[in-house]
Design a protein around this ligand. Structure first.
Ligand code: BGC
Length: 248
């Protein structure tokens, strides 16, 4: 059994897609917002992107209630992919650094499958973003810059899940997340944050020797320096569009 597993509800539900292939509801659960869209088999959006605010406190119960209300506004779908900001193993949340502690040990895949009556697969949010950005060749590192720092590594398109670089030591006895997360940005401002990020990129390149580095997440738009030729900023939407990869 791999770390990305599905939970299938026993509820019998009709196919939503007709001759378009299966439709996948892609969800990205974040510390500030919950985003969702329905995708066709080619990972193209076939409905509107929806975003609702993450309720506070962001307990599983509150988030699932908000999610349910938001999802009901979408067209019919056949299956569900979810990105969550923590370690996910076999559909279960193992860590949730920037979410409510009640998430730890929560079987998100089964709970959501029971709620929506569809098969559900859950993975780490940065892993999904990496799968969305991947060109399928060489060694690719994805770093997401947001409230937390997410990371994913793929070799020839194959993901090694739950890298969790954000919590590794980076500089001055602090982790990448402590040095580069949104709280640090708000504290030290754009100039120092960008300097730190440049140093982090140099460190990561020497460590991983990747072919390509992708930078995503809400804070990526704060980057104000010229990136090395093997690095690029990827659109945030890939955090949703990558969801289809959980079904391949
Ligand atoms: C979590 C990661 C997550 C990242 C971005 C970190 O705090 O540990 O699992 O990918 O935030 O949301």
């Amino acid at each position: 059994m791999g770390p990305i597993q599905d939970a299938t509800s026993k509820a019998a539900t009709p196919k939503a897609a007709g001759n378009q292939g299966l439709l996948t509801l892609a969800i990205d659960i974040g510390g500030t917002g919950i985003k969702s869209v329905v995708l066709n088999a080619k990972s193209e959006p076939v409905g509107e992107f929806r975003r609702v605010l993450t309720p506070r406190p962001a307990t599983p119960k509150a988030v699932l209630a908000e999610l349910h209300a938001s999802v009901m506004e979408h067209r019919a779908f056949d299956r569900v992919s979810v990105g969550f900001p923590g370690v996910i193993r076999h559909g279960v949340v193992w860590t949730a650094a920037n979410m409510h502690p009640k998430w730890v040990g929560y079987d998100l895949a089964s709970a959501l499958s029971a709620l929506l009556g569809k098969p559900v697969r859950v993975a780490n949010d940065a892993d999904i973003q990496g799968l969305g950005a991947s060109e399928g060749q060489g060694l690719e590192l994805m770093i997401t810059l947001g409230t937390g720092i997410g990371s994913a590594i793929l070799n020839n398109g194959l993901l090694v899940p739950n890298l969790e670089l954000g919590h590794h030591p980076f500089d001055k006895g602090q982790t990448y997340e402590e040095r580069l997360g949104k709280a640090a940005y708000d504290q030290i401002g754009p100039e120092r944050w960008n300097k730190r990020l440049q140093k982090a990129i140099a460190t990561l390149e020497a460590f991983f020797n990747y072919d390509r580095l992708y930078l995503g997440g809400g804070q990526a738009k704060k980057i104000n320096f010229k990136l090395p030729p093997n690095a690029k900023i990827t659109p945030n939407r890939e955090g949703l569009l990558g969801g289809i990869a959980l079904w391949k």
